[in-house]
Design a protein. Structure first.
Length: 434
């Protein structure tokens, strides 16, 4: 079908609000609380989600008929006939449609009769129609259809996210040099701020995009080890969210996040020593006075912050996996990550003989990263993309390695028929969104 689909980047669930006074130039006031801006660019669904994530948000979602009608009217007023939505359907039932923001299956549905309809892989993206007989109705489509519509809030500081202001150290009036963790913390405290703590996947995405266009490869986080491998945020917030690199073997009492734009799955954390920190981020509440930091002058509006629950992508030991079918990981119908898969009877060197297939997915807003942390097989492990392209073909013994899928779904196959004969223990792999 040859038509454009436009998109809405939504920060509704992230606690951004405008006052009833006004919105900045180019923005529109929505429900007397949120400032929306509209822009049109041809993008595929995943590309559009990545653009939304650069603002710390996702494509828009609706939870009731009133919001559905309001979004439809806004889009129609701007001449937008088709709008991408922030959800992905893994099957032909509405209970298999999951919101991109990680809040789970949809609770409100306005699909056209006969939808969702999943005919091929990657046809589970959802869009809304804003004109004709199907006004306000939803349909599924291939994710390659394109278009864009943004919404973004008015900040009261240059880098504003979820009611907080972020100050990367390279934008502060301080020299670039190696510092200890405590020296960087002292700099933030001097300005009445704290070192960066991270509490959601959306915040990881926001920090990553702060460093786009720079040559900075890593940024220190405001965490310190309590005991080996157990960390706490120094600002006193709870350490409930983790994004550790499954393949990292580095050890130390501090944490660093990879922001290297040359790495596709950047944003992961790893342990490091605390004596040679160069780049870091100081954070304060929006609207709170600080000392010694110049801001871009602009009108400061009141910010109302809403407590929200963000998706938690934990380390493997704490991960919770949603299985869309009641099946084991081997030959499961669909395994919705994050989580871990292993070969049959891993790590036994006498596994049963079984041909296993894993169909694995992450939420529609992300690409899928597969991280083999242990690998010892005789027959090869095949990894296929959602369209059947072979991504990886490995056998025998290998050091840890990763496979980065081009979309949110992969299929893995492995036959353990000769693993016991050659005393191969199998494999273990962590699955993460990025």
């Amino acid at each position: 079908m040859n038509f454009s689909i436009f998109l809405i980047c939504s920060l509704f669930s992230l606690g951004y609000y405008a006052t009833q006074k006004s919105c900045p130039r180019g923005f529109e006031l929505y429900k007397n609380k949120k400032c929306l801006i509209f822009a049109q660019t041809s993008l595929k669904h995943l590309e559009a989600e990545q653009q939304c994530r650069s603002y710390g948000g996702h494509l828009f979602t609706v939870n009731n008929a009133i919001d559905n009608r309001a979004i439809n009217d806004l889009a129609a007023n701007h001449g937008l006939a088709y709008i991408w939505m922030g959800m992905y359907c893994f099957g032909n039932q509405t209970n298999l449609c999951y919101l991109d923001d990680g809040s789970g299956p949809i609770k409100y549905s306005n699909f056209n009769p006969g939808f969702p309809r999943i005919d091929t892989e990657r046809s589970g993206c959802v869009f809304m129609e804003t004109f004709g007989n199907d006004i306000g109705r939803w349909s599924t489509s291939p994710c390659e259809w394109s278009g864009l519509w943004y919404l973004y809030p008015h900040p009261n500081c240059i880098h504003n996210y979820n009611g907080n202001c972020y100050y990367p150290s390279h934008e502060l009036n301080i020299p670039v040099m190696n510092r200890t963790f405590y020296a960087t913390e002292s700099i933030c405290h001097t300005h009445s701020m704290e070192l960066l703590s991270i509490h959601s996947r959306e915040e990881v995405d926001y920090i990553k995009f702060l460093y786009n266009g720079t040559d900075i490869k890593q940024v220190s986080l405001g965490a310190h080890a309590i005991v080996p491998d157990e960390f706490a945020w120094t600002d006193g917030t709870k350490f409930k969210y983790e994004n550790f690199d499954p393949l990292s073997t580095a050890k130390g009492n501090c944490l660093t996040m990879n922001v290297d734009t040359d790495r596709e799955d950047n944003g992961m954390w790893y342990q490091t020593i605390c004596q040679t920190i160069q780049d870091f981020v100081c954070v304060r509440k929006a609207g709170k006075a600080i000392v010694g930091v110049e801001e871009e002058p602009m009108e400061v509006e009141d910010v109302e912050v809403e407590e929200v629950i963000n998706p938690k992508f934990q380390m493997v030991k704490d991960s919770k996996t949603i299985n869309l079918a009641d099946a084991s990981h081997c030959n499961t119908t669909l395994f919705l990550a994050p989580g871990t898969i292993t070969s049959i009877d891993y790590p036994s060197q006498s596994p049963r003989s079984m041909l296993c297939t894993w169909k694995i997915a992450v939420l529609g807003a992300f690409r899928l990263g597969l991280y083999f942390t242990d690998f010892s097989v005789y027959e090869p492990v095949f990894v296929y993309s959602s369209n059947g392209t072979l991504l990886s073909f490995r056998q025998f013994d290998h050091d840890p390695f990763s496979v980065l899928a081009p979309s949110n779904m992969i299929t893995i196959t492995h036959d353990s028929v000769k693993d016991a004969q050659y005393q191969k223990r199998g494999f273990s792999a962590t699955v993460l969104p990025f």
